[in-house]
Ligand binder design. Structure first.
Ligand SMILES: Cc1cc2nc3c(=O)[nH]c(=O)nc-3n(C[C@H](O)[C@H](O)[C@H](O)COP(=O)(O)OP(=O)(O)OC[C@H]3O[C@@H](n4cnc5c(N)ncnc54)[C@H](O)[C@@H]3O)c2cc1C
Length: 371
């Protein structure tokens, strides 16, 4: 039986675990983080690949919120008409916990970092912190945008900074003034910002993944222009550490958060400003583009954000991770191809799709972010 090791237990890695296990492959997932992994969690627009992974492949119901349409606001207070466009939303936390239900707990190892890999004949040996050395036919590196595996294999490849950051925040619906909760209800809401950029907001599942009105969580994103020096300054944490890609909740310096809240009423529609003001711990993501020139290196394959990072405007990062997971499992488990042929086919299709999505994200960035 094919044996697979997955480095990284987020959406791409755990998704690969679920899809491979469901296809009868012997798979173990090693996740570096020992905690609940929800610190970076925010809202996700549900795309078909994501519900396919959770519901069809995983056999679980994905907690989702719904809206019936989109509304575009202006920073000057304009309120546009509701355009009918039903959409479903979920959260990183909801996807992760749904996938976990479909995967045997004894095969999901937390606090387990993949430290070292060595190619051996027709396979790979992997050293995992605290657990020892494991042999496998294939290593799936789903270790994220900062992928240590990618950095070791492609040391000269750097992500390209897009010139703006995304501030994000979530607020429990019950903690919002009723008038604000009512204003955003049943709507995917967008606003432009006075100095360029835009913001968007939608409800996602709340505590305990509740989706009923009054129990949800509001999720917002505000794209803000920042040159490289400004971005680097924003990415210095409360305790003075320089981060390179993102700040999780609670990491942003107080003066940076105060400045964001001071600017919100000057830049955004008043209702959006109230969301920003009501958010206790906004968090930050530097917007970058990256696509690997190749994703298969003997028996190691990069998937998810380790291979291709797309802009959030595509609402496609999580769906791309789910797509990688499903497609790779189909090829590795199917009878038609040898392991090496399966990996070669995966690489061709994955990279073609990833580059297309990356370019689409750049185009949407130019059109929407105006930064
Ligand atoms: C703040 C933020 C908001 C986002 N919002 C959206 C959104 O709204 N919609 C959307 O579609 N996408 C969104 N994305 C992107 C989306 O989350 C990712 O595209 C998707 O989760 C796939 O990521 P991944 O599993 O490839 O990597 P990640 O989610 O980054 O996971 C990588 C995992 O690998 C682990 N790891 C790293 N190194 C090792 C190692 N050596 N050994 C073991 N484990 C290791 C890490 O701890 C981590 O859990 C967002 C991303 C961020 C950062």
């Amino acid at each position: 039986m094919t044996r697979v090791i997955v480095a990284g237990g987020s959406i791409a890695g755990l998704g690969a675990g679920v899809a491979l296990h469901g296809a009868g492959i012997d798979v173990h997932v090693f996740e570096r983080d020992a905690g609940s992994l929800s610190a970076a969690g925010a809202g996700l627009v549900v795309q078909p690949e994501l519900s396919r992974l959770a519901e069809v492949v995983g056999g679980q119901t994905l907690p989702m919120t719904h809206c019936s349409g989109r509304r575009y606001l202006g920073f000057d207070g304009r309120v546009g008409h509701l355009q009918r466009m039903p959409q479903q939303f979920t959260s990183w936390e909801a996807v992760h916990s749904t996938l976990l239900k479909s995967f045997p707990s004894e095969r999901y190892h937390t606090g387990a970092s993949v430290l070292k890999t060595d190619n051996v004949a027709n396979g790979i040996e992997v050293v995992v912190s605290g657990l020892g050395t494991f042999a496998a036919d294939v290593l799936i590196a789903a270790d994220g945008a900062q992928s240590p595996t990618r950095r070791a294999l492609l040391p000269d490849l750097e992500a390209r900074y897009a010139g703006y950051v995304a501030w994000r925040g979530t607020v429990l619906e019950r903690d919002l003034p009723q008038v604000v909760a009512d204003f955003f209800d049943d709507t995917f809401t967008f606003t432009d910002a006075r100095s360029g950029g835009h913001a968007l907001a939608y409800f996602i599942p709340g505590e305990g993944l509740a989706t009923a009105r009054g129990e949800r969580r509001m999720n917002w994103v505000w794209y803000v222009g920042a040159d490289t020096a400004e971005r680097d300054d924003l990415l210095v944490t409360k305790d003075g550490r320089q981060r390179h890609a993102s700040l999780q909740r609670g990491m942003a310096r107080d003066e940076v958060v105060e400045d964001l809240k001071r600017r919100a009423p000057l830049e955004l529609h008043p209702m959006f400003a109230r969301l920003v003001e009501a958010t206790e711990e906004p968090f930050l993501q530097s917007i970058v583009d990256l696509a690997v020139p190749r994703s298969v290196f003997e028996r190691t394959v990069l998937i998810g954000d380790a291979a291709v990072i797309v802009r959030p405007h595509t609402a496609g990062g999580a769906a791309k991770a789910a797509r990688d997971a499903i497609f790779l499992a189909e090829l590795l488990a199917g009878p038609r191809f040898s392991t090496d042929e399966a990996l070669a086919r995966f690489e061709r299709e994955q990279l073609a799709y990833g580059r297309e999505l990356l370019e689409y994200g750049v185009k949407l960035g130019k059109q929407w972010a105006r930064l």
